[in-house]
Write a protein of this length. Structure first.
Length: 137
């Protein structure tokens, strides 16, 4: 993505997305485009319907008792400069779904499986994905 001014993404020979790399990454046209361009948390049911995208680096991990939504750590590992933590939302919109959090390792302590934490999903980082054209599938 770093050497392109525009990117076209094709499905079965048909262009399904065409825009700047940043626009396609932050505001993809469908779940397929979101996944092709990087890790993607796709959340169902935040507003009762539809699919929402938030990238793992945009999810904020907080300590228990702070602002944000309750979550339970399901996995945590060191990944070079980052620490990757998978958390499950136990209640509320998106309940049962697992989100990936990607944060700088030096600023993020190791988390234990089953530890209770809180995650914040910043509104500015959420994107409601349009319904995909059924002919793409």
């Amino acid at each position: 993505m770093s050497i392109s001014q525009r990117i076209a993404i094709l499905v079965r020979g048909r262009i399904v997305a065409y825009d700047t790399p940043e626009t396609l990454y932050r505001r993809p046209s469908c779940p397929y485009v979101a996944r092709v361009l990087g890790e993607a948390n796709l959340i169902e049911g935040l507003d009762g319907a539809g699919t929402w995208l938030i990238r793992p680096e945009a999810v904020r991990l907080e300590i228990e008792g702070s602002v944000g939504r309750e979550a339970i750590v399901r996995a945590s590992y060191f990944d070079g400069a980052d620490r990757v933590i998978d958390v499950q939302l136990p209640t509320g919109p998106g309940a049962g779904q697992t989100l990936r959090v990607r944060a700088r390792a030096e600023a993020t302590p190791t988390r234990s499986v089953d530890e209770r934490v809180r995650v914040e999903l910043p509104t500015a980082a959420l994107w409601r994905l349009p319904e995909p054209d059924p002919t793409w599938l």
